[in-house]
Design a protein around this ligand. Structure first.
Ligand code: MTE
Length: 301
């Protein structure tokens, strides 16, 4: 009879591959940043934040221009040409124009920001973004007196984006922020994750990240930024105003009409996998609550 090899360690004791990869890439990522002479400081990092793996972040996506299934962006977003890339910055600014991606990056400090990321669908991840503060870009183009909002627009390229053939949204994907939200130091324009250039499925070459708002506010693959004095069109808000507010701040006390927002499903096999309570403003309450003083957050949701 063959001898059986027994152990008191079960399958559950094996370090999940995602966690292992994760550590390695975190180290590789920060090394790359320092090697490139960039400011590799981890700003606003929180001790309890264990970033999701590269695999989680790049294979479970929402980018409807490439399809509505979570796996579609990873399969089809490689069709998007991201070089060359330019962004039109217009409206109430002193220096309107078409800026190449390279011009946009000139003089910007790329930092690593490890942020919680909470989708309105009630799943979440922790993502180590690389990017710069939107406030720095706005300062460079010169925001004019009277501007109160910032509007953003994603590329619309039917030849490269199979998902836009379906009328899921009124394309192009558009979003907006109040100017003070846009100027907040937590609001970044992200150009990478884990120290690598932004993968197409995550919004290459440049996207918005607003960590205290539901993920759909963090618009991808931006081609236009407009300063305006009126509340801009926002795709999800326009499509279903009862379900998706203009503000869409993460708020466990205000449920989506079709599901609870009190808890969220942490994607991945890490230490905090499973359902966890959702935090007010996604855990950034101290930093951003003052922006909404005096507002009824169940009405202006
Ligand atoms: N931006 C565009 N242009 N198109 C989209 O479909 N989806 C949003 C947001 N930005 C989306 C978008 C939603 S619903 C979420 S949750 C996040 O992107 C997902 O970002 P991730 O795939 O990098 O995690």
């Amino acid at each position: 009879m063959a001898r059986r090899y027994t152990s008191d360690l079960g399958w559950n004791d094996v370090t999940p591959k995602s966690v292992f990869l994760n550590r390695r890439q975190l180290i590789a990522g920060s090394g790359a940043m320092i090697g490139a002479g960039l400011a590799g400081s981890v700003v606003h990092a929180q001790g309890d934040l264990e970033p999701n793996s590269w695999e989680d972040i790049t294979t479970y996506n929402n980018f409807y221009e490439f399809g509505t299934r979570k796996e579609d962006p990873a399969r089809f977003a490689s069709m998007l040409t991201t070089q060359p890339w330019s962004i039109v910055i217009d409206g109430m600014v002193d220096n309107p124009g078409t800026y190449s991606f390279e011009q946009i990056l000139e003089g910007m400090t790329i930092e690593e920001r490890i942020y919680r990321f909470r989708c309105v669908e009630a799943w979440s991840m922790v993502i180590p973004w690389n990017g710069f503060e939107l406030a720095d870009l706005l300062a460079r183009v010169g925001v004019q007196e009277g501007a109160r909002y910032v509007a953003f627009e994603t590329a619309f390229r039917p030849d490269e984006m199979p998902g836009v053939r379906l009328p899921v949204l009124d394309w192009p994907y558009r979003e907006g922020l109040r100017l003070d939200e846009a100027m907040h130091p937590l609001t970044i324009m992200a150009t990478g994750i884990y120290g690598e250039a932004m993968p197409n499925q995550n919004g290459a070459p440049i996207r918005l990240v607003v960590p205290w708002k539901y993920g759909f506010k963090s618009i991808k693959s931006i081609v236009r930024i407009t300063l305006t004095d009126t509340e801009p069109y926002a795709s999800w808000n326009a499509a279903q105003p009862d379900e998706y507010g203009f503000y869409s701040n993460v708020n466990p006390n205000v449920d989506h009409p079709r599901w609870s927002q009190a808890t969220e499903r942490r994607i991945g096999g890490g230490l905090f996998a499973g359902r966890v309570p959702t935090l007010m403003f996604n855990g950034y309450e101290q930093e951003v609550a003052s922006l909404y003083e005096g507002m009824d957050l169940s009405v202006s949701f």
